[in-house]
Design a protein around this ligand. Structure first.
Ligand code: GLN
Length: 267
């Protein structure tokens, strides 16, 4: 009798894994009704990961006001990888600093937010393979020169590499830094004249300028500190999620889906 039961359990588990791995990415996927035993056995496979992201960082994540949903390169890459790997998740677009905090406190399992992979961050985060490359530029109203930064304030975004870059050049150019939570607040501060310039990732400000979103100009000759963007988890936690992300990234690169996503946003 015991043997029969064990066999039955094994069959149930296999069946349930098969169902789960075929599952879509949608966070609202209906709850699978399983016995406690199988649920426990499939804890990882069944888990709905909480993933945080930025909320105004086009073309990586931004609100499509017509659809009333967050779209962008990161959103599409996450959805494609989740579909490929059978990852269930719910996305929270709360801002960059909030995402960093949520992952560090364990409130979120991971983040995907145009996040630059750095050695310093590697001390507290695990990163996927890089899926994009970018660096930072100084941006101001058209006609502004780098000399004009002297004695003024420059806008930077809290917890970003752009902020670190601003700190590293502030003495050279003689400016002080004002920090903002979101990229949009930063651009606004420059447009209204509250700050003379801001520091932003090249592709993000490039996209905002190209789409006519902001009438600003890039002062830097080329992006500084060009590095990869990575999907990140708290160090040592959710290692299986990083592995799945990497496997999925490889698959969507091989299938052409990754290229298709970038092309959709003008790359
Ligand atoms: N790439 C920058 C960083 O990692 C900015 C990210 C962001 O603002 N979403 O710090």
């Amino acid at each position: 009798m015991k043997k029969v039961l064990a066999l039955l359990m094994a069959v149930l588990m296999i069946a349930s894994v098969a169902v789960l791995s075929g599952c879509g990415s949608n966070s609202n996927a209906s709850a699978d009704k399983k016995t406690d035993a199988t649920a426990a056995a499939n804890e990882t496979a069944d888990k709905t990961y909480v993933i945080y992201s930025d909320n105004a960082f086009a073309p990586f994540e931004y609100l499509d006001t017509e659809k009333n949903e967050y779209v962008g390169v990161d959103m599409d890459i996450m959805a494609a990888i989740a579909e490929d790997q059978g990852i269930k998740y719910e996305m929270h677009n709360e801002g960059f600093d909030a995402s960093m905090g949520a992952v560090q406190s364990g409130q979120a399992d991971a983040m995907i937010a145009g996040m630059t992979i750095t050695d310093e961050r590697k001390e507290t985060f695990d990163f996927s393979e890089p899926y994009f490359e970018d660096g930072q530029v100084i941006v101001a109203k058209p006609g502004t020169k780098l000399e004009d930064l002297k004695g003024k304030t420059v806008a930077a975004k809290t917890s970003t590499i752009g902020g670190e870059y601003a700190e590293s050049i502030k003495d050279q150019y003689g400016f002080t830094i004002n920090y903002y939570e979101g990229s949009e607040n930063m651009y606004q501060a420059v447009l209204t004249g509250a700050d003379v310039a801001c520091v932003e990732d090249f592709s993000v400000i490039g996209y905002a300028i190209k789409t006519g979103e902001v009438a600003l100009e890039i002062l830097s000759e080329e992006p500084a500190n060009v590095k990869g963007y990575g999907f990140a988890t708290q160090k040592g936690k959710n290692v299986e999620l990083i592995e799945k992300f990497n496997a999925g990234l490889k698959n969507i690169k091989d299938s052409g889906k990754y290229k298709e996503i970038l092309a959709k946003y003008g790359y």
